[in-house]
Write a protein that binds this ligand. Structure first.
Ligand code: FES
Ligand SMILES: [Fe+2]
Length: 454
């Protein structure tokens, strides 16, 4: 498809009419419009890199799992050579789903309709009654395979895109690679998924969750107020934990709150980087793993890991990233690592897909503890996610009202502090109390892709 001008909706509305760049507002209509949904499928979910799962979910040759890239279903497979493949789950014969189960292991994916068969790398093997050549002679077998997406295994995370000639994965992450490498590429064994993801469907537009993942700090104070009142985070005053640094680039972002304040009892203030790492290893890391971190990360990254580690944020368009410290009543600190993919299921439904992860090389006991606390907090019925997932359907519902759709979402809290002079990382850096800049950058990326000439 080649369009020379940005797309318009059938009532004449242009994408530029929906997002007000001067006043930093977005029309609520974007949360409910079926036409916009179709454009998003073409312009965002067929163009950017998307997270699909974790390498240890398909450890052996022949393993597969079915996932979604927007409205398209894909089969993520491990082929005989150990490669990860992402294949469109659409039979090239007449369009049947080739794989009709969620996950499993097979050397051959055979379509149940007329029996065309494919290898785990997508190659066409043949059709029934070999001597009759039921697939015909017009096209060579090499053109009858399953359509393959471009794949990147980043650390142990599986990403794919349909944009075969587009930006590399590193260019997609841009300046944020510096921060994500500290989380996803910090150890030799890498992260593993602690079981298959939890899933549940919400009656909400995917962007309600997507934009919140771009470091919406304000909502923590009100929607998650119980974290201070009952769980005594920040010694009961959540306001203090809203100071720190937020970073973003290319629509991705992370909040990097300082840790010394949060864990006063550990007396981190005057310590060296080495001592701080020993006293409070990054979430999910053991002291035994620290030599790996020091080998794999730069001095600037290590400095940030002990001062203001990236803890929550997102990867555009639809992945929430959490590497959080959870203090326990006995004084210990448990690290919880979770990824949420918000998969669109039409303009008014989103599938909330939730993985818990742990470093492969930590003890089973540590994995179980992290999983147990993670489910309690960030699971699909966890305390925090119950709060969040309560608001998204209401916003999406309001966006369908003839008057409500004309309302706007506002991102007008602008950071006016200069970045810390000693901040060692790249990207847009916002210092001080949490503001709206990172979320606004998320919308600017949405706007860029939605109005691009493709
Ligand atoms: S649709 Fe798959 S073999 Fe015919
Ligand atoms: Fe939240």
């Amino acid at each position: 498809m080649l369009t020379k001008t940005p797309p318009s909706l059938s009532d004449g509305t242009r994408i530029d009419d929906l997002i007000h760049l001067q006043t930093r507002e977005v029309q609520l209509r974007v949360l409910a419009d079926p036409e916009l949904h179709r454009l998003e499928m073409d312009r965002i979910f067929s163009q950017t890199w998307l997270f699909l799962g974790v390498a240890n979910e398909i450890p052996n040759p022949g393993d597969f799992m079915v996932r979604s890239m927007g409205d398209d279903q894909v089969i993520v497979t491990r082929s005989r050579d150990g490669e990860v493949n992402v294949l469109l789950n659409v039979c090239p014969h007449r369009g049947m789903r080739v794989c009709t189960t969620e996950a499993g292991n097979t050397p051959v994916h055979k379509c149940i309709y007329h029996g065309w068969a494919f290898r785990p790398n997508g190659d066409f093997i043949g059709s029934p009654v070999e001597k009759e050549q039921m697939h015909g002679h017009i096209l060579p077998k090499s053109e009858l395979g399953l359509r393959r997406a471009r794949v990147k295994v980043y650390g142990t995370l599986i990403f794919a895109t349909w944009n075969l000639e587009g930006p590399s994965f590193d260019d997609f992450l841009g300046d944020m690679k510096f921060y994500y490498d500290m989380l996803f590429c910090r150890s030799d064994g890498g992260l593993e998924a602690l079981g298959p993801p939890q899933k549940f469907t919400l009656h909400a537009n995917w962007k309600t969750a997507g934009e919140q993942s771009a470091c919406d700090g304000f909502h923590t104070l009100t929607l998650h107020r119980w974290l201070g009142d009952f769980a005594k985070f920040g010694d009961g005053d959540l306001t203090t934990s809203m100071y720190g640094t937020e970073v973003s680039a290319n629509g991705h972002s992370m909040r990097c709150p300082p840790v010394a304040q949060k864990f006063k009892k550990l007396g981190l203030e005057d310590k060296s980087i080495e001592e701080k790492l020993e006293l409070l290893p990054p979430p999910g890391v053991t002291k035994e793993m620290l030599p790996e971190l020091k080998r794999r990360l730069s001095p600037e990254q290590l400095h940030l890991l002990v001062e203001s580690p990236p803890q929550v944020g997102g990867i555009f368009p639809n992945l929430m990233v959490a590497f959080i410290y959870v203090p326990q009543p006995d004084g210990t600190v448990v690290g919880v690592t979770s990824l949420h993919a918000y998969v669109p299921r039409g303009p008014d439904k989103v599938e909330f897909t939730n993985w818990f992860l742990a470093e492969r090389d930590v003890s089973m006991e540590m994995k179980q503890k992290s999983l147990q606390i993670g489910i309690r907090m960030l699971g699909t019925s966890g305390q925090i996610e119950q709060d969040d997932s309560d608001t998204w359907p209401h916003m999406s519902r309001n966006a369908r009202g003839p008057q409500g759709r004309l309302s706007t979402m506002k991102y007008q809290a602008v950071c006016d502090q200069p970045p810390r002079p000693d901040w060692p990382g790249p990207g847009h850096v916002y210092e001080g109390f949490t503001k709206d800049d990172t979320q606004w950058n998320w919308w600017l990326k949405w706007h860029e892709l939605m109005s691009a000439t493709i």
